[in-house]
Each structure stands twice: as C-alpha cells, then as structure tokens.
Write a protein that binds this ligand. Structure first.
Ligand code: HAM
Length: 433
C-alpha cells in the first residue's frame, strides 16, 4: 500500500532533534521566568475575527496565509498564524488587565500555521516562543523585552546577533507618513503589482514589504518614517536607544523595517543571525510595541510590547554552529538479565536506579545472547552495563561494568547508587577542570 506522507510545509521532529527543541524552549522559559513572566497556553483554534481585527486586514497573514475554515457548526475558525492577537483575546476575555498588577507579563510557546511558500527556514507549521508585556507604555518596557530576547539568544551561545531597530511612531506620525507614502506612490501605483494596488488602498505602509523586484526598485526611493515622527515619538525612540546602549545591547537602526503585522506602533525590532555555514534562514525573532491591539479586540486601550522567536530557525542556526548536544543516545545504565528467572529482580534494579538514583536506565526484555546485549548497550551509548545473573539475584547484588574501561565489580544493591554517584560526580569534576 502507498505510504502516506506529511503535509507540505510541515516537518516531523524526532530523535535528537526533539531534544534540541526541548532544550531551546527550556532555556527560553527559564530566562523569561527570571524576568518575572508567567506562562499561558491559548488554544490553537480561534474565531477568525481575532486575527482579522487583531493582525489586520491589510497584512499578508490575514489576506493570504491563514488556515481558515468553517467547522461542522458553521463557525468561522482559524488555526493561529501568530500568538499575540490570541493572547490579547485571552487577556480581554478573562479581564486579566483588571485583576493583576500591570504590566501583565506572559510567555507562550507552541505551533503556529501560515500558508506560505515553503523554503529554507519557512514552514507552514512552525513553532514560536514569545512574550507579551501588557499595560505599560514606557520606553523602558520595550527595552526590557528586547533585553530579554537578547539574553536568551546569548544564553543559547549565539554571538553577534544583529538587532534591527526602528520606530513606526504614534498614530499621528503614522497618519502623516501614510499620507506621504500615498503621495509618493500615486505616480507609480499603476505600474506596480496587484497586491500593491490593494495595499495602496488598505495601508500603503504594507507596500514597503513588497517582494516583487521591480516594485522594490520603486520602494527604494520612498520617503522614510524618520521625517514624519512627532516630537513625542522621536523622544521615546531616543530613550529606547539610550537605554539599549547603556545596557550594552548592540543594535542597528533600519528605517525600512515596518513589520508585516498591522498592530505595531512606536518601537519595532527584528533579530538576525547568520550561522557559520553562511546560511540565512531569515529573522530568528521579531516583535514590537502595539498601542491599539487590545482595543481592537474589545478591551480597554492598554498598550503592550512583545516578541516571538521562530524555534525552527533557532534550532537550525544552533545546529549549523555545533551548539547542540545530541542527548538522544545518552544512557547511564543498560540492565542485562541473564536468564528468565532474573527478569523481575532486574526490573526492581531498574526502578531503584531510576526512582532513587535519578539515572537514565534501559533494560533488555528479550532472550538474546550476552554478546548481543553488550552490542545494544553500546549502540544506546550506555556508560554502564548492569549484569544480573542467578548468583547476583540470589545475593541482592549486580555486576557493574564500566563500558569505556571494561572494569567490572560485583556491587550490593544497597551500595549501587553510591557507586554510580561517585563515578558521575568525578566525571563532572573532570569536565569542569
Ligand atoms: P513574525 O515576524 O510574524 O512576528 O514572526 C516571528 C518569528 O517567527 C519570525 O522572526 C521567524 O523567526 C518565525 N517565523 C515566521 N514565519 C515563519 C515560517 N513560515 N516558518 C518558520 N518560522 C517563521 C510575530 O509573529 C509577532 N506575533 C511577534 C510579536 C510578538 N510582536 C509582538 N509580540
């Protein structure tokens, strides 16, 4: 029968790679917790309006990339294409802004879905980790969020991360800028792509993201936001830059950075990293400040700021740079019962080593030659073979064999954890030297 393959744009994560995802996500969570963020888990399915109102009708995500369908009850649903709008729906619906000290600091992690053209670093189902800090408008809140993301990337071992930084200003700045863009593109729009024609009507800022080479030539000469900022937005952006410099967080101003989601205002940023192989997977993370998102979703007018990392892209650059350890093959002990009568005792030993010793232990379940058992132990990367024969079972003991040195000794069950602790502690000391 023909085998069934995975859906285009999705990918299976298995073996050592699954451990890499766990490792990356656990570093992200532990650092977010240091910054006093708490976890939330919004559903994958939301009413489509959460995103059409939240992310915005003029964004590519809403116009072209959402997995939207009617469910059997005729509800208009969407698989989340990003977290931020869904988080805001959760906060508004549960009135978290009223029952907590602000800013409300939330982190999240899970799959998101976008119907994009699959290519290097671009999937249709991928994983994000991100944070949102909601309910405080100070520039320092933006800076803390950037500092958190930067700390995470440094902790993962990524040196030379480029932070691209820009401001989209307040409402007045963006209205002035939109007007200027409309005037500029008025003479060109006839010759631009169909997408740009509708962007021109819906939100001319989106034209700046157009990927059509001929249109990009025109976009190059478009006015930049810097000249249309109000005094307040200029000062706010200066505060962000001063604080980043004081914290020794490197950044580059990129006036062409407008971000593809409609909810942004004031500070926006992206994190870029080129792995040593030279591969460019695209931004490894991005985010910014948003002023009206909560209001668009029926809540009060509270601002927020956040970022999301693309876990696939981060795992790819870490892998390219040799910054991931494949833990899949690491086993502390492989238990080898030599006969049928020793199986129960062997299982008791395994339970003792796992539950009281905290060791990673696997066991041979089937009847096979001792030579085969040793082969399996070594294929599984075991440090020790724990051999259980008739004599050992009778005497509440095992033979402990170090598979690297081939040294072995008979050890009483009551001493086995101490023996293993002694060995692993001395190994740890060696590696720390
Ligand atoms: P975004 O720029 O759309 O922002 O996505 C954030 C990150 O997700 C990107 O930098 C990239 O690493 C990853 N990513 C995006 N699309 C794909 C894809 N097709 N395949 C693999 N990875 C991808 C947001 O999602 C905003 N919600 C960020 C945010 C949070 N803004 C404020 N708070």
């Amino acid at each position: 029968m023909e085998i069934i393959k995975n859906v285009k744009g999705t990918h299976d994560i298995f073996g050592g790679e699954s451990n890499s995802y766990d490792y990356v996500e656990s570093i992200m969570k532990s650092i977010a917790e240091l910054y006093a963020y708490n976890g939330v888990r919004p559903p994958v399915l939301e009413y489509s309006q959460v995103f059409s109102r939240g992310v915005g009708e003029s964004s590519d995500i809403v116009r072209k990339e959402m997995y939207t369908f009617p469910d059997k009850g005729g509800r208009d649903l969407t698989l989340r294409p990003e977290f931020t709008a869904g988080i805001m729906r959760l906060v508004v619906q549960n009135k978290l802004y009223a029952t907590n000290e602000l800013p409300l600091k939330l982190y999240y992690n899970g799959p998101v879905f976008r119907y994009e053209r699959p290519q290097l670093g671009r999937y249709r189902q991928f994983n994000q980790f991100g944070v949102e800090s909601i309910g405080n408008n100070s520039a320092m809140n933006d800076v803390e969020v950037i500092a958190l993301a930067y700390t995470i990337l440094c902790s993962l071992g990524l040196e030379d991360v480029t932070i691209k930084l820009n401001t989209l200003g307040d409402d007045e700045s963006r209205n002035n800028y939109r007007k200027a863009l409309k005037e500029f593109f008025a003479n060109h729009i006839e010759n631009m792509c169909e997408d740009c024609k509708s962007r021109y009507e819906l939100n001319p800022l989106r034209i700046l993201d157009c990927k059509v080479p001929e249109d990009q030539e025109i976009v190059k000469d478009a006015p930049s936001i810097g000249n249309y900022l109000t005094e307040a937005s200029k000062l706010r952006f200066e505060d962000v830059q001063d604080a980043l410099s004081a914290l020794h967080i490197p950044y580059e101003i990129d006036e062409s950075l407008v971000r593809g989601l409609d909810y942004y205002s004031e500070t926006v940023f992206e994190f870029h990293y080129k792995s040593k192989t030279g591969q460019d997977y695209g931004a490894v993370g991005a985010g910014g400040h948003y002023g009206k998102l909560m209001m668009e979703l029926g809540g009060p007018e509270l601002p927020g700021v956040g970022f999301s990392f693309g876990i696939e892209r981060i795992v790819s650059v870490l892998k390219d740079d040799g910054l991931l350890v494949d833990k899949n093959n690491e086993l502390d002990c492989y238990i080898m019962p030599l006969g049928e009568n020793e199986r129960l005792f062997a299982e008791e030993v395994a339970v003792l080593l796992r539950n009281s010793g905290g060791y990673r232990v696997d066991m041979c379940f089937d009847k096979t030659k001792v030579g085969n058992m040793f082969k399996r132990a070594s294929n599984k990367g075991a440090k020790f073979a724990v051999i259980v024969g008739e004599e050992e079972a009778k005497n509440d003991s095992v033979v402990l064999k170090n598979l690297a040195t081939q040294e072995q000794e008979t050890v009483k069950l009551e001493n086995i954890i101490d023996k293993l602790d002694e060995f692993f502690d001395s190994q740890e000391e060696e590696t720390q030297k």
